[in-house]
Design a protein around this ligand. Structure first.
Ligand SMILES: CC(C)(COP(=O)(O)OP(=O)(O)OC[C@H]1O[C@@H](n2cnc3c(N)ncnc32)[C@H](O)[C@@H]1OP(=O)(O)O)[C@@H](O)C(=O)NCCC(=O)NCCS
Length: 133
């Protein structure tokens, strides 16, 4: 992962559109947010923009629970598919999403655009994944 990603986190403000759209969810422990997932609707597709679990709370099922919630929400709201982009070979990225039913599929132009923007930022070995509902 490029070093800049470790020091340039998105600001909370960056997620206002998803918050306003009702497609941002958090997990709390003792009233404190320890994880979030943000998604954006694009036609009949719900795209997961980012999911992060705070260090110290990772590996306890929080991420899996959040993604499962997003999938159930998308199904309930009539979406045809859920998509995301991720690192292909990081165990808790591509293989994790595959275990939730996502399959690698970069055919959609909108996803190709995201992958190209990520590549321009120096992110390599990225792929798009789609879950058909
Ligand atoms: C990726 C992330 C969201 C997963 O959330 P999490 O709460 O840590 O993960 P979970 O406990 O729900 O585990 C989900 C799966 O990830 C994998 N996993 C989690 N931690 C792992 C580790 N340290 N090593 C290998 N696999 C791991 C396992 O396959 C696990 O599946 P299981 O439930 O069958 O054990 C979280 O670790 C995170 O925020 N990481 C840093 C940022 C990041 O990578 N964001 C995603 C970019 S696409």
């Amino acid at each position: 992962m490029p070093a800049f990603l470790l020091t340039h986190a998105s600001s909370a403000e960056a997620w206002r559109p998803q918050l306003a759209a009702g497609t941002l969810w958090v997990a709390e422990v003792d009233g404190r947010v320890i994880a979030f997932v943000a998604a954006s609707a694009d036609g009949d597709r719900l795209h997961i923009d980012e999911v992060d679990v705070e260090q110290g709370h990772q590996g306890r099922g929080v991420g899996r629970g959040l993604i499962a919630h997003v999938i159930a929400w998308a199904r309930d709201h009539g979406f045809a598919r859920v998509s995301l982009t991720t690192f292909r070979n990081v165990p808790w990225n591509g293989p994790f999403y595959a275990s939730l039913g996502f399959v690698e599929d970069d055919r959609l132009p909108a996803l190709q655009t995201i992958l190209q923007a990520e590549a321009a930022k120096g992110l390599s070995d990225r792929c798009a994944m789609v879950l058909t509902l």
